[in-house]
Write a new protein. Structure first.
Length: 282
């Protein structure tokens, strides 16, 4: 199956290039609010961060087809000693935009992996009450839905071609609300300032909530993981990214380079948005 992919370099506060109700699934991981390892100091304030999420929620609702799913991989963030309730605020924002809150999956990372220095060491140095700060190994995967899905709208041949492997479903425990997945480390110098999620996250969501030949959107596409997995699973994809410097990383991850042998018929379109308000950062 030939698939088509589009990268828009600019701010996802606007999705003007995307037709209303043309997207079948949205999977994304917004930047951690002002984390030192993910788009550091991109936001001047937490209020600015939430206002961007509000615009993304409204635009996502516009471009999604009726009954379809929006997935956010997101979590609360500790910045300079202050804890921000990002999961609660993002949930409120998407519900206000019109979405129905459908489910929450917890992603558990291995105990040996911590992105930030261990907070629990405080109590080892001060073994007294009130010195407890736990290490966080969990992230939230929040699932929203736009209205009701018409199961009869999908042709039988498409349903069968997209059938979920029940053995994989059971062996990897997709049926649980706790998913254990290993995080990924940056594979290049350019990726050191962004936090990419593992292939397994969009893989599961794309398998569970879309059909072959449909279109998957990632408005915070980063290094292109969602688009890469979408292509592998024979879905079309659209990614929006504000940092143009990530273009070679995205191209390589998607397989659109001179050395690519994977399905030469697939196409890639790149849009460079230069407007002052919604343009990219070079």
């Amino acid at each position: 199956m030939t698939t088509h992919h589009k990268i828009i370099f600019g701010s996802c506060a606007s999705m003007k290039e995307i037709t209303s109700e043309s997207i079948h699934l949205m999977v994304t991981s917004p930047p951690y609010f002002n984390a030192p390892f993910d788009y550091k100091e991109l936001f001047k304030s937490y209020d600015e961060y939430l206002k961007l999420l509000e615009k993304v929620a409204r635009e996502t609702y516009r471009v999604l087809q009726q009954g379809r799913i929006a997935v956010l991989n997101i979590d609360d963030m500790l910045v300079n000693g202050d804890k921000y309730p990002i999961v609660a605020d993002a949930t409120r924002i998407f519900i206000k935009a019109g979405f129905k809150y459908r489910d929450r999956i917890i992603w558990k990372k291995p105990e040996g992996y911590l992105r930030i220095s261990r907070r629990s060491g405080v109590i080892l140095q001060n073994p007294y009450p009130m010195y407890y700060y736990p290490d966080n190994l969990l992230e939230s995967i929040i699932i929203f839905q736009k209205g009701k899905f018409d199961y009869k709208s999908v042709p039988k041949e498409v349903r069968e071609a997209s059938k979920i492997d029940t053995k994989e479903f059971q062996e990897n425990k997709w049926y649980m609300t706790l998913w254990e997945m290993v995080n990924v480390l940056p594979s290049s110098e350019l990726e050191k300032n962004i936090a990419a999620f593992p292939d397994g996250l969009p893989y599961r969501m794309i398998k569970l909530f879309s059909y072959k030949g449909e279109t998957v959107l990632d408005p915070f596409v980063g290094s292109g993981t969602t688009m890469k997995v979408a292509r592998h699973l024979e879905r079309n994809s659209i990614g929006i990214e504000i940092l143009k410097i990530l273009e070679p990383i995205i191209r390589e991850k998607l397989g659109f380079t001179q050395n690519t042998l994977f399905n030469q018929k697939d196409t890639l379109e790149i849009i460079y948005r230069k407007s002052k308000k919604y343009g990219y950062i070079s």
